[in-house]
Design a protein around this ligand. Structure first.
Ligand code: BDR
Ligand code: CA
Length: 312
């Protein structure tokens, strides 16, 4: 089996960090061409720094990190320090990484890499607001045939919004970019809150991760102890939803998830419902299917996969 070439576009974020750790722990499955940072959970200066810290903790300083867009296409940047802490990855020690930031802009990197690739060869994995990807597609539509598929974390249907009553954070942040991605015409899988709210970092699962006893395992425990607080209170649950790693887990073991081809459109305007994912789950509009909307996951299977990979 040859490793699948991927670009991970993210805004670390503790859960983005776990997604990166899981991908980096799977070198036979993924050739990580680059990590592209975007403003989201915290400003760009911090997301790109955090991505480099994650690479250093994983001993993967060979993976290049690029900084991309520092604000959404149209709206003001919304950050989520209330969830992720001041640094974005509260729970681990933050420092100035030794690993350099690439000088190329992330959007240029995405465009250049895709243009040079074979058709249908590169998988994009966005786990933050979709600004970098939306900008790359609108600036250079010739990249589209190069995309094998996009697997992104964002949106909500049955779970409703986590940032407004209507909207999930990543889609709310840049609904215009999200709508570009919905209409890109390439195979698209969406991991919404409907799925990620089934994947809770319970006390028992946290202890299993602690027992791994590695630098990465300990970093995850530290971050999750912080991350768990906010959502456990908000949702009254035993642990927080581990959103972003579901994208990587889907690529590794799609059989853990159930999904349905649907039409998904983004509300880009309304001040009340901006960022809402209008999912035509029952096919009532007759609009063309544009996404595989995931709605369920085997949560124990997910954690078994995560812990196995982290141990290896
Ligand atoms: C998403 O928003 C961020 O807070 C998380 O990193 C995740 O990507 C969940 O709504
Ligand atoms: Ca994220």
């Amino acid at each position: 089996m040859t490793a699948r070439p991927i670009i991970i576009d993210c805004d670390p974020g503790q859960d983005d960090a776990v997604a990166l750790f899981l991908a980096m722990a799977s070198p036979a499955d993924f050739e990580i061409l680059g990590i592209t940072a975007v403003a989201g959970n915290v400003p760009l200066e911090l997301t790109q720094r955090n991505a480099r810290i994650i690479c250093e903790l994983a001993g993967r300083t060979d993976v290049p990190v690029f900084a991309g867009c520092d604000k959404p296409m149209r709206y003001e940047l919304i950050t989520a320090e209330n969830v992720h802490g001041k640094t974005g990855i509260d729970g681990v020690a933050v420092y100035v990484p030794g690993m350099p930031l690439q000088t190329q802009h992330a959007v240029d990197f995405i465009i250049e890499t895709l243009l040079a690739a074979d058709d249908g060869s590169i998988t994009l994995v966005p786990t933050g607001p979709l600004t970098n990807i939306g900008q790359a597609i609108s600036r250079e539509p010739r990249i589209l045939p190069k995309i094998r598929e996009i697997v992104l974390m964002g949106g909500a249907m049955r779970e409703a919004g986590n940032t407004t009553p209507s909207a999930e954070f990543n889609i709310l942040e840049d609904p215009d970019a999200a709508q570009i991605v919905m209409h890109c015409g390439r195979p698209l899988t969406i991991v919404p809150l409907d799925v990620t709210h089934q994947v809770l970092v319970s006390r028992q699962r946290l202890e299993q991760i602690r027992a791994i006893g590695t630098t990465v395992g300990d970093a995850i425990v530290g971050m999750m102890e912080f991350f768990n607080r906010f959502d456990s209170i908000k949702y009254g649950s035993d642990g927080a939803p581990l959103h972003d790693p579901c994208t990587i887990a889907y690529l590794l073991e799609p059989g853990l998830f159930e999904g349905k081809m649907c039409n998904v459109e983004i509300e880009t305007g309304s001040p009340l419902t901006r960022g809402h994912t209008a999912v035509d789950f029952w096919g009532v509009t007759g609009r063309a299917h544009n996404a595989n909307w995931l709605y369920s996951v085997d949560a124990d299977g997910f954690f078994a996969l995560l812990i196995d990979r982290l141990k290896a």
